[in-house]
Design a binder for this molecule. Structure first.
Ligand code: SF4
Ligand code: SF4
Length: 512
Protein backbone atom coordinates (compact mmCIF):
# COMPACT_ATOMS: atom_id res chain seq x y z
CA UNK A 1 0.00 0.00 0.00
CA UNK A 2 1.40 3.40 -0.85
CA UNK A 3 0.61 6.94 0.08
CA UNK A 4 1.51 10.04 -1.80
CA UNK A 5 3.18 12.33 0.68
CA UNK A 6 2.63 15.18 -1.67
CA UNK A 7 -1.08 14.78 -1.26
CA UNK A 8 -1.86 17.12 1.57
CA UNK A 9 -5.30 15.70 1.86
CA UNK A 10 -6.65 19.15 1.38
CA UNK A 11 -10.25 19.65 0.73
CA UNK A 12 -10.75 22.71 -1.41
CA UNK A 13 -14.43 23.00 -0.82
CA UNK A 14 -13.95 22.52 2.85
CA UNK A 15 -17.04 20.42 3.11
CA UNK A 16 -15.65 17.20 4.29
CA UNK A 17 -14.61 18.08 7.81
CA UNK A 18 -15.76 15.11 9.78
CA UNK A 19 -16.10 14.57 13.45
CA UNK A 20 -14.77 11.37 14.92
CA UNK A 21 -18.34 10.17 15.09
CA UNK A 22 -18.06 9.71 11.37
CA UNK A 23 -15.72 6.78 11.80
CA UNK A 24 -18.11 4.07 10.80
CA UNK A 25 -18.74 5.66 7.43
CA UNK A 26 -15.18 6.81 6.74
CA UNK A 27 -13.34 5.01 3.95
CA UNK A 28 -11.43 2.08 5.38
CA UNK A 29 -7.85 1.47 4.36
CA UNK A 30 -7.94 -1.18 1.65
CA UNK A 31 -7.36 -4.59 3.06
CA UNK A 32 -7.11 -3.38 6.63
CA UNK A 33 -9.83 -4.41 9.04
CA UNK A 34 -11.27 -1.60 11.13
CA UNK A 35 -11.03 -2.15 14.84
CA UNK A 36 -13.88 -1.20 17.10
CA UNK A 37 -13.13 0.86 20.17
CA UNK A 38 -13.84 -2.09 22.43
CA UNK A 39 -10.97 -4.00 20.82
CA UNK A 40 -8.35 -1.51 21.90
CA UNK A 41 -5.96 -1.83 24.80
CA UNK A 42 -5.59 0.99 27.30
CA UNK A 43 -4.40 4.22 25.82
CA UNK A 44 -1.07 5.81 26.68
CA UNK A 45 0.24 5.36 30.18
CA UNK A 46 3.31 7.33 31.24
CA UNK A 47 6.28 5.07 31.87
CA UNK A 48 8.19 7.10 34.37
CA UNK A 49 8.71 6.62 38.01
CA UNK A 50 8.22 9.63 40.18
CA UNK A 51 9.92 12.80 39.01
CA UNK A 52 13.46 12.71 40.21
CA UNK A 53 13.49 8.96 40.58
CA UNK A 54 15.46 6.52 38.50
CA UNK A 55 13.91 5.27 35.34
CA UNK A 56 13.12 1.61 35.65
CA UNK A 57 11.53 0.22 32.54
CA UNK A 58 11.16 -3.16 34.18
CA UNK A 59 8.95 -1.65 36.84
CA UNK A 60 6.28 -0.83 34.26
CA UNK A 61 3.96 2.13 34.23
CA UNK A 62 2.80 3.80 37.39
CA UNK A 63 -0.77 5.04 37.26
CA UNK A 64 -1.07 8.81 37.62
CA UNK A 65 -3.92 11.25 37.57
CA UNK A 66 -3.43 11.64 33.87
CA UNK A 67 -3.67 7.93 33.21
CA UNK A 68 -6.81 7.10 31.46
CA UNK A 69 -8.46 3.82 30.77
CA UNK A 70 -9.46 2.84 27.27
CA UNK A 71 -12.39 4.74 25.88
CA UNK A 72 -14.48 1.68 26.51
CA UNK A 73 -13.95 2.05 30.22
CA UNK A 74 -16.40 4.83 30.44
CA UNK A 75 -19.08 2.58 31.85
CA UNK A 76 -22.54 2.03 30.52
CA UNK A 77 -23.87 4.59 28.13
CA UNK A 78 -26.85 5.23 30.33
CA UNK A 79 -24.49 6.15 33.11
CA UNK A 80 -26.34 3.87 35.43
CA UNK A 81 -23.46 1.63 36.41
CA UNK A 82 -22.70 1.46 40.13
CA UNK A 83 -19.07 0.71 39.44
CA UNK A 84 -17.01 3.61 38.27
CA UNK A 85 -14.12 1.96 36.48
CA UNK A 86 -12.17 5.21 36.52
CA UNK A 87 -12.27 5.31 40.30
CA UNK A 88 -9.44 3.28 41.88
CA UNK A 89 -11.56 2.85 45.00
CA UNK A 90 -14.34 1.05 43.21
CA UNK A 91 -12.59 -0.29 40.15
CA UNK A 92 -12.33 -4.06 39.84
CA UNK A 93 -8.92 -5.68 40.36
CA UNK A 94 -6.58 -5.73 37.38
CA UNK A 95 -8.08 -8.87 35.88
CA UNK A 96 -8.63 -9.12 32.16
CA UNK A 97 -12.18 -7.90 31.76
CA UNK A 98 -14.69 -8.41 29.03
CA UNK A 99 -14.84 -5.36 26.81
CA UNK A 100 -17.63 -2.96 27.70
CA UNK A 101 -19.59 -1.86 24.70
CA UNK A 102 -19.78 1.80 25.57
CA UNK A 103 -20.63 2.80 22.03
CA UNK A 104 -23.18 0.27 20.89
CA UNK A 105 -24.15 2.24 17.82
CA UNK A 106 -20.54 2.11 16.67
CA UNK A 107 -20.15 5.83 17.31
CA UNK A 108 -17.87 7.64 19.69
CA UNK A 109 -19.93 8.83 22.59
CA UNK A 110 -18.30 10.43 25.60
CA UNK A 111 -21.45 11.29 27.48
CA UNK A 112 -20.87 8.41 29.87
CA UNK A 113 -17.38 9.74 30.68
CA UNK A 114 -19.05 12.86 32.04
CA UNK A 115 -20.42 10.78 34.92
CA UNK A 116 -16.90 10.37 36.29
CA UNK A 117 -16.73 14.08 37.00
CA UNK A 118 -17.44 14.97 40.62
CA UNK A 119 -17.13 18.71 40.07
CA UNK A 120 -14.00 19.30 42.11
CA UNK A 121 -12.98 22.12 39.68
CA UNK A 122 -9.31 21.07 39.76
CA UNK A 123 -9.37 21.25 35.96
CA UNK A 124 -10.72 24.80 36.02
CA UNK A 125 -8.05 26.03 38.40
CA UNK A 126 -5.34 24.47 36.20
CA UNK A 127 -6.58 26.11 33.00
CA UNK A 128 -4.28 28.91 31.82
CA UNK A 129 -6.92 30.39 29.53
CA UNK A 130 -9.54 30.57 32.31
CA UNK A 131 -6.93 32.23 34.53
CA UNK A 132 -6.58 35.23 32.24
CA UNK A 133 -9.93 35.26 30.41
CA UNK A 134 -13.00 35.72 32.62
CA UNK A 135 -15.27 34.98 29.68
CA UNK A 136 -13.92 31.46 29.15
CA UNK A 137 -16.13 28.96 30.97
CA UNK A 138 -13.25 26.52 31.59
CA UNK A 139 -12.59 22.82 31.02
CA UNK A 140 -15.32 21.46 33.30
CA UNK A 141 -17.94 23.20 31.22
CA UNK A 142 -16.22 22.33 27.93
CA UNK A 143 -15.94 18.69 28.95
CA UNK A 144 -18.33 16.90 31.30
CA UNK A 145 -20.99 19.61 31.50
CA UNK A 146 -21.37 19.95 27.75
CA UNK A 147 -21.52 16.20 27.32
CA UNK A 148 -24.18 15.96 30.03
CA UNK A 149 -26.19 18.61 28.22
CA UNK A 150 -25.86 16.64 25.04
CA UNK A 151 -27.26 13.58 26.77
CA UNK A 152 -30.25 15.56 27.96
CA UNK A 153 -31.28 17.28 24.80
CA UNK A 154 -28.51 16.79 22.28
CA UNK A 155 -27.58 20.46 22.66
CA UNK A 156 -25.26 22.17 20.19
CA UNK A 157 -21.61 22.53 21.17
CA UNK A 158 -20.97 25.95 22.68
CA UNK A 159 -18.80 28.30 20.61
CA UNK A 160 -16.47 28.90 23.54
CA UNK A 161 -14.83 25.56 22.73
CA UNK A 162 -12.76 27.51 20.19
CA UNK A 163 -11.22 29.49 23.05
CA UNK A 164 -9.61 26.36 24.51
CA UNK A 165 -5.95 26.30 23.49
CA UNK A 166 -5.61 22.49 23.68
CA UNK A 167 -2.76 22.77 26.17
CA UNK A 168 -4.24 19.66 27.85
CA UNK A 169 -3.23 20.75 31.34
CA UNK A 170 -6.74 19.95 32.54
CA UNK A 171 -6.14 16.30 31.61
CA UNK A 172 -3.29 16.01 34.08
CA UNK A 173 -5.19 17.94 36.74
CA UNK A 174 -8.28 15.75 36.84
CA UNK A 175 -8.17 13.25 39.73
CA UNK A 176 -11.01 11.25 38.22
CA UNK A 177 -9.50 10.60 34.78
CA UNK A 178 -12.35 12.29 32.98
CA UNK A 179 -11.27 12.24 29.32
CA UNK A 180 -11.28 16.04 29.12
CA UNK A 181 -9.04 16.61 26.12
CA UNK A 182 -10.81 13.86 24.22
CA UNK A 183 -14.13 15.57 24.99
CA UNK A 184 -12.69 18.92 23.88
CA UNK A 185 -11.32 17.47 20.66
CA UNK A 186 -14.64 15.84 19.87
CA UNK A 187 -16.56 19.01 20.71
CA UNK A 188 -14.25 21.15 18.57
CA UNK A 189 -14.63 18.74 15.67
CA UNK A 190 -18.40 18.81 15.99
CA UNK A 191 -18.46 22.60 16.29
CA UNK A 192 -16.32 23.08 13.18
CA UNK A 193 -18.22 20.47 11.23
CA UNK A 194 -21.71 21.63 12.12
CA UNK A 195 -21.55 25.25 13.14
CA UNK A 196 -18.58 26.99 11.57
CA UNK A 197 -19.24 28.63 8.20
CA UNK A 198 -16.93 27.01 5.68
CA UNK A 199 -16.48 30.29 3.81
CA UNK A 200 -15.79 32.33 6.92
CA UNK A 201 -12.40 33.97 7.44
CA UNK A 202 -12.07 32.07 10.72
CA UNK A 203 -12.50 28.70 9.02
CA UNK A 204 -10.11 29.51 6.17
CA UNK A 205 -7.50 30.91 8.59
CA UNK A 206 -7.79 27.93 10.94
CA UNK A 207 -7.59 25.47 8.06
CA UNK A 208 -4.48 27.21 6.78
CA UNK A 209 -2.83 27.20 10.20
CA UNK A 210 -3.80 23.57 10.77
CA UNK A 211 -2.22 22.58 7.49
CA UNK A 212 1.09 24.30 8.16
CA UNK A 213 2.70 21.22 6.65
CA UNK A 214 1.29 22.15 3.22
CA UNK A 215 2.37 25.78 3.49
CA UNK A 216 5.83 24.72 4.65
CA UNK A 217 6.27 22.20 1.87
CA UNK A 218 5.59 24.84 -0.77
CA UNK A 219 7.66 27.54 0.97
CA UNK A 220 10.60 25.18 1.41
CA UNK A 221 10.97 24.86 -2.34
CA UNK A 222 12.01 28.52 -2.38
CA UNK A 223 13.04 29.13 1.23
CA UNK A 224 14.95 32.39 0.73
CA UNK A 225 12.14 33.95 -1.27
CA UNK A 226 9.53 32.68 1.20
CA UNK A 227 11.47 34.05 4.18
CA UNK A 228 11.86 37.41 2.44
CA UNK A 229 8.18 37.69 1.50
CA UNK A 230 6.87 36.48 4.87
CA UNK A 231 9.15 38.93 6.67
CA UNK A 232 7.82 41.96 4.80
CA UNK A 233 5.71 44.37 6.79
CA UNK A 234 3.11 44.43 4.07
CA UNK A 235 2.76 40.62 4.17
CA UNK A 236 2.25 40.69 7.91
CA UNK A 237 -0.24 43.53 7.56
CA UNK A 238 -2.17 41.59 4.91
CA UNK A 239 -2.10 38.39 6.97
CA UNK A 240 -3.58 40.23 9.90
CA UNK A 241 -6.18 42.22 7.98
CA UNK A 242 -7.30 39.49 5.60
CA UNK A 243 -6.75 36.27 7.54
CA UNK A 244 -6.62 37.23 11.21
CA UNK A 245 -3.03 35.99 11.64
CA UNK A 246 -1.29 38.29 14.05
CA UNK A 247 1.29 40.73 12.71
CA UNK A 248 2.96 40.84 16.13
CA UNK A 249 4.98 37.69 15.53
CA UNK A 250 7.88 37.01 13.20
CA UNK A 251 7.11 34.12 10.90
CA UNK A 252 9.54 31.24 11.56
CA UNK A 253 12.25 31.00 8.92
CA UNK A 254 12.34 28.08 6.53
CA UNK A 255 15.64 26.22 6.39
CA UNK A 256 17.53 26.26 3.12
CA UNK A 257 17.93 22.49 3.44
CA UNK A 258 15.14 20.48 5.06
CA UNK A 259 15.91 17.62 7.40
CA UNK A 260 14.74 15.11 4.82
CA UNK A 261 16.94 16.71 2.14
CA UNK A 262 19.90 16.45 4.52
CA UNK A 263 19.01 12.83 5.25
CA UNK A 264 18.83 11.97 1.55
CA UNK A 265 22.04 13.86 0.76
CA UNK A 266 23.79 12.01 3.57
CA UNK A 267 22.66 8.66 2.16
CA UNK A 268 20.45 7.80 5.14
CA UNK A 269 21.65 5.97 8.23
CA UNK A 270 25.35 5.51 8.90
CA UNK A 271 24.71 2.77 11.48
CA UNK A 272 23.15 -0.56 10.59
CA UNK A 273 21.84 -2.43 13.62
CA UNK A 274 18.75 -4.61 13.25
CA UNK A 275 18.73 -5.21 17.03
CA UNK A 276 18.47 -1.53 17.99
CA UNK A 277 16.38 0.45 15.62
CA UNK A 278 14.38 3.63 16.05
CA UNK A 279 12.00 5.22 13.58
CA UNK A 280 12.31 8.98 13.80
CA UNK A 281 9.11 11.02 13.69
CA UNK A 282 10.58 14.44 12.96
CA UNK A 283 7.29 16.28 12.50
CA UNK A 284 6.88 19.39 10.35
CA UNK A 285 8.95 21.87 12.29
CA UNK A 286 12.16 19.85 12.57
CA UNK A 287 11.88 19.07 8.89
CA UNK A 288 11.16 22.52 7.48
CA UNK A 289 12.32 25.03 10.08
CA UNK A 290 14.82 23.55 12.55
CA UNK A 291 16.55 20.63 10.79
CA UNK A 292 19.41 21.12 13.26
CA UNK A 293 17.18 19.42 15.86
CA UNK A 294 16.58 16.47 13.55
CA UNK A 295 20.28 16.22 12.72
CA UNK A 296 21.10 16.28 16.44
CA UNK A 297 18.61 13.50 17.07
CA UNK A 298 20.13 11.29 14.38
CA UNK A 299 23.73 11.91 15.50
CA UNK A 300 22.99 11.34 19.17
CA UNK A 301 21.11 8.10 18.55
CA UNK A 302 23.79 6.87 16.16
CA UNK A 303 26.44 7.65 18.78
CA UNK A 304 24.68 5.11 21.01
CA UNK A 305 24.70 2.55 18.18
CA UNK A 306 21.09 2.86 17.05
CA UNK A 307 20.07 2.40 13.46
CA UNK A 308 17.78 5.33 12.62
CA UNK A 309 14.95 4.92 10.14
CA UNK A 310 13.17 7.96 8.74
CA UNK A 311 9.81 6.68 7.53
CA UNK A 312 7.36 8.49 5.30
CA UNK A 313 5.26 10.77 7.48
CA UNK A 314 2.88 13.66 7.61
CA UNK A 315 1.95 16.20 10.27
CA UNK A 316 1.23 14.53 13.62
CA UNK A 317 -2.16 16.26 13.56
CA UNK A 318 -1.62 18.41 16.67
CA UNK A 319 -2.62 21.71 15.01
CA UNK A 320 -5.56 19.99 13.34
CA UNK A 321 -6.92 18.66 16.63
CA UNK A 322 -6.53 22.11 18.17
CA UNK A 323 -8.61 23.63 15.38
CA UNK A 324 -11.28 20.95 15.12
CA UNK A 325 -10.12 19.78 11.68
CA UNK A 326 -10.59 16.11 12.42
CA UNK A 327 -10.96 15.10 8.78
CA UNK A 328 -7.53 16.53 7.98
CA UNK A 329 -6.09 14.95 11.11
CA UNK A 330 -7.48 11.56 10.21
CA UNK A 331 -5.98 11.67 6.73
CA UNK A 332 -2.56 12.53 8.18
CA UNK A 333 -2.96 9.82 10.83
CA UNK A 334 -3.71 7.19 8.19
CA UNK A 335 -0.34 7.81 6.55
CA UNK A 336 1.53 8.00 9.84
CA UNK A 337 0.00 4.91 11.37
CA UNK A 338 0.59 2.78 8.30
CA UNK A 339 4.16 3.96 7.84
CA UNK A 340 5.20 3.85 11.50
CA UNK A 341 3.52 0.52 12.18
CA UNK A 342 5.52 -0.89 9.25
CA UNK A 343 8.71 0.43 10.91
CA UNK A 344 7.66 -1.18 14.20
CA UNK A 345 7.28 -4.40 12.23
CA UNK A 346 10.93 -3.99 11.22
CA UNK A 347 11.91 -3.94 14.87
CA UNK A 348 11.95 -0.18 15.46
CA UNK A 349 10.52 1.87 18.29
CA UNK A 350 9.14 5.25 17.30
CA UNK A 351 10.83 8.34 18.74
CA UNK A 352 9.79 11.97 18.32
CA UNK A 353 11.80 15.09 19.09
CA UNK A 354 8.65 17.18 19.65
CA UNK A 355 6.60 16.45 22.77
CA UNK A 356 3.34 17.44 21.07
CA UNK A 357 4.03 14.94 18.27
CA UNK A 358 4.76 12.12 20.73
CA UNK A 359 1.61 12.98 22.71
CA UNK A 360 -0.45 12.99 19.55
CA UNK A 361 0.78 9.55 18.46
CA UNK A 362 0.43 8.13 21.94
CA UNK A 363 -2.79 9.61 23.23
CA UNK A 364 -4.85 11.55 20.70
CA UNK A 365 -4.63 9.00 17.89
CA UNK A 366 -6.09 6.10 19.87
CA UNK A 367 -8.61 8.41 21.52
CA UNK A 368 -9.94 9.72 18.24
CA UNK A 369 -9.36 7.24 15.44
CA UNK A 370 -9.93 3.59 14.71
CA UNK A 371 -7.02 2.55 12.51
CA UNK A 372 -5.37 -0.82 12.27
CA UNK A 373 -2.21 -0.89 14.38
CA UNK A 374 -2.91 2.40 16.15
CA UNK A 375 -2.61 0.78 19.57
CA UNK A 376 0.80 -0.67 18.67
CA UNK A 377 1.93 2.77 17.62
CA UNK A 378 0.66 4.27 20.86
CA UNK A 379 2.50 1.64 22.91
CA UNK A 380 5.76 1.93 20.95
CA UNK A 381 6.11 5.71 20.73
CA UNK A 382 8.50 7.69 22.93
CA UNK A 383 9.89 11.17 23.17
CA UNK A 384 13.59 11.03 22.17
CA UNK A 385 15.20 11.96 25.48
CA UNK A 386 12.75 9.75 27.35
CA UNK A 387 13.79 6.83 25.15
CA UNK A 388 17.48 7.36 25.83
CA UNK A 389 16.86 7.63 29.57
CA UNK A 390 15.02 4.34 29.52
CA UNK A 391 17.50 2.41 27.41
CA UNK A 392 20.91 4.01 27.96
CA UNK A 393 23.14 5.02 30.85
CA UNK A 394 22.95 8.70 30.01
CA UNK A 395 24.48 9.79 33.31
CA UNK A 396 27.47 7.55 32.63
CA UNK A 397 27.80 8.81 29.07
CA UNK A 398 27.67 12.42 30.22
CA UNK A 399 30.00 11.95 33.20
CA UNK A 400 33.15 12.68 31.20
CA UNK A 401 31.52 15.04 28.70
CA UNK A 402 31.48 18.82 28.66
CA UNK A 403 29.97 21.64 26.63
CA UNK A 404 30.80 25.30 26.22
CA UNK A 405 29.71 27.10 29.40
CA UNK A 406 25.98 27.82 29.00
CA UNK A 407 23.27 28.99 31.39
CA UNK A 408 20.02 27.44 30.25
CA UNK A 409 16.53 28.64 31.19
CA UNK A 410 14.40 25.53 30.70
CA UNK A 411 10.66 25.54 30.05
CA UNK A 412 8.76 22.23 30.23
CA UNK A 413 6.02 22.22 27.57
CA UNK A 414 2.48 21.41 28.77
CA UNK A 415 2.42 18.38 26.46
CA UNK A 416 5.63 17.11 28.10
CA UNK A 417 3.92 17.39 31.49
CA UNK A 418 1.06 15.30 30.16
CA UNK A 419 3.54 12.51 29.43
CA UNK A 420 5.30 12.80 32.78
CA UNK A 421 8.39 14.25 31.08
CA UNK A 422 8.54 17.69 32.60
CA UNK A 423 11.66 17.04 34.72
CA UNK A 424 13.63 14.88 32.33
CA UNK A 425 15.76 17.58 30.67
CA UNK A 426 16.76 19.16 33.97
CA UNK A 427 17.53 15.79 35.56
CA UNK A 428 19.59 14.67 32.57
CA UNK A 429 21.62 17.80 31.94
CA UNK A 430 22.08 19.38 35.35
CA UNK A 431 25.33 17.47 36.05
CA UNK A 432 26.82 18.06 32.62
CA UNK A 433 30.03 20.06 32.84
CA UNK A 434 29.54 23.53 31.40
CA UNK A 435 25.77 23.57 31.89
CA UNK A 436 23.85 25.54 34.46
CA UNK A 437 20.19 24.83 34.09
CA UNK A 438 17.24 26.51 35.71
CA UNK A 439 13.63 25.39 35.41
CA UNK A 440 11.54 28.52 34.80
CA UNK A 441 8.46 27.11 36.48
CA UNK A 442 5.37 25.18 35.57
CA UNK A 443 3.40 27.88 33.77
CA UNK A 444 2.10 27.45 30.23
CA UNK A 445 4.04 29.30 27.52
CA UNK A 446 0.70 30.50 26.15
CA UNK A 447 1.25 29.95 22.45
CA UNK A 448 -0.22 26.43 22.22
CA UNK A 449 0.73 25.83 18.61
CA UNK A 450 -1.50 27.86 16.33
CA UNK A 451 -3.49 29.51 19.16
CA UNK A 452 -1.11 32.41 19.74
CA UNK A 453 -0.95 33.10 16.00
CA UNK A 454 -4.59 34.15 15.87
CA UNK A 455 -5.07 37.89 16.09
CA UNK A 456 -7.91 37.63 18.58
CA UNK A 457 -5.92 35.25 20.80
CA UNK A 458 -2.56 37.02 20.72
CA UNK A 459 -3.09 39.13 23.86
CA UNK A 460 -4.38 36.13 25.82
CA UNK A 461 -1.40 34.13 24.63
CA UNK A 462 1.06 36.77 25.83
CA UNK A 463 -0.76 37.22 29.12
CA UNK A 464 -0.51 33.49 29.78
CA UNK A 465 3.18 33.53 28.84
CA UNK A 466 4.00 36.50 31.12
CA UNK A 467 5.04 34.28 34.06
CA UNK A 468 7.41 32.30 31.89
CA UNK A 469 8.95 35.46 30.38
CA UNK A 470 9.46 36.90 33.85
CA UNK A 471 11.16 33.77 35.16
CA UNK A 472 13.34 33.54 32.06
CA UNK A 473 14.40 37.14 32.53
CA UNK A 474 15.25 36.41 36.17
CA UNK A 475 17.32 33.33 35.25
CA UNK A 476 21.06 33.48 34.65
CA UNK A 477 22.10 33.63 31.01
CA UNK A 478 20.17 34.28 27.86
CA UNK A 479 19.68 30.87 26.30
CA UNK A 480 16.36 29.07 26.62
CA UNK A 481 15.69 25.39 26.22
CA UNK A 482 12.53 23.36 25.54
CA UNK A 483 11.38 20.31 23.61
CA UNK A 484 8.42 22.03 21.92
CA UNK A 485 8.98 24.12 18.78
CA UNK A 486 6.07 26.47 19.35
CA UNK A 487 6.98 27.01 23.01
CA UNK A 488 10.43 27.86 21.63
CA UNK A 489 8.81 30.45 19.33
CA UNK A 490 7.00 32.00 22.28
CA UNK A 491 10.12 32.00 24.46
CA UNK A 492 12.10 33.72 21.74
CA UNK A 493 9.26 36.15 21.01
CA UNK A 494 8.85 37.12 24.67
CA UNK A 495 12.52 37.40 25.61
CA UNK A 496 14.65 37.57 22.47
CA UNK A 497 16.70 34.62 23.77
CA UNK A 498 18.25 31.97 21.57
CA UNK A 499 16.34 28.72 22.20
CA UNK A 500 17.84 25.24 22.03
CA UNK A 501 16.49 21.71 22.16
CA UNK A 502 17.91 19.27 24.76
CA UNK A 503 19.03 17.03 21.87
CA UNK A 504 21.29 19.82 20.64
CA UNK A 505 22.96 20.00 24.04
CA UNK A 506 23.39 16.22 24.04
CA UNK A 507 24.84 16.42 20.53
CA UNK A 508 27.40 18.97 21.65
CA UNK A 509 28.31 16.82 24.64
CA UNK A 510 28.37 13.37 23.04
CA UNK A 511 29.07 13.63 19.33
CA UNK A 512 32.57 14.29 18.03
S1 SF4 B 1 -6.90 22.17 27.22
FE1 SF4 B 1 -5.91 23.88 28.30
S2 SF4 B 1 -7.02 25.72 27.60
FE2 SF4 B 1 -8.29 23.95 27.06
S3 SF4 B 1 -9.71 23.73 28.76
FE3 SF4 B 1 -7.95 22.36 29.20
S4 SF4 B 1 -6.56 23.58 30.44
FE4 SF4 B 1 -8.02 25.03 29.49
S1 SF4 C 1 -10.97 17.89 37.53
FE1 SF4 C 1 -12.13 16.13 36.72
S2 SF4 C 1 -13.54 15.57 38.37
FE2 SF4 C 1 -12.78 17.63 38.85
S3 SF4 C 1 -14.31 19.03 37.91
FE3 SF4 C 1 -12.71 18.73 36.38
S4 SF4 C 1 -13.45 17.01 35.12
FE4 SF4 C 1 -14.65 16.99 37.03
Amino acid sequence: MTHDVNDDGGDPDGDDERTATDHPTADPQPGVPRLGRDERPAAFLPRYDEPGGAVDPAAGPEPTASDRPAATDGGAVDGGSDVDERDPATAPAAEPADPVDAFPAGELDLRAGADSCYKCTACDTSCPVAEVDDEFPGPKFQGPEQWRLKRKDDADVDGSITDCSNCMRCDSACPSSVPLSQMHNEARGEYVSERMQKLSVEYVRNRLLSNYETVARVASRVPRLANFVLGLGVTKWMNERVLGITAEREFPEFATETFREWWAERGGATVSNPDERVAYFHGCYSNYNTPEVGRAMVRVFESFGYEVLVPEQRCSGTPMFANGMLGDARRAAETNVESLVAAIGEGADVVASCTSCSLSLRQEYPELFDLHGIEDLSDDTYEALEYLRIHEDLSGALADAAVEPTDLAYHAPCHARNQGLDRQAVETLSDLEGVTIEDVGDSCSGISGTYGWKTEKYDTSMEIGADMFEHMAAAEGEVGMTECPTCAMQMEHGTGYEIRHPLQVLEEALVE
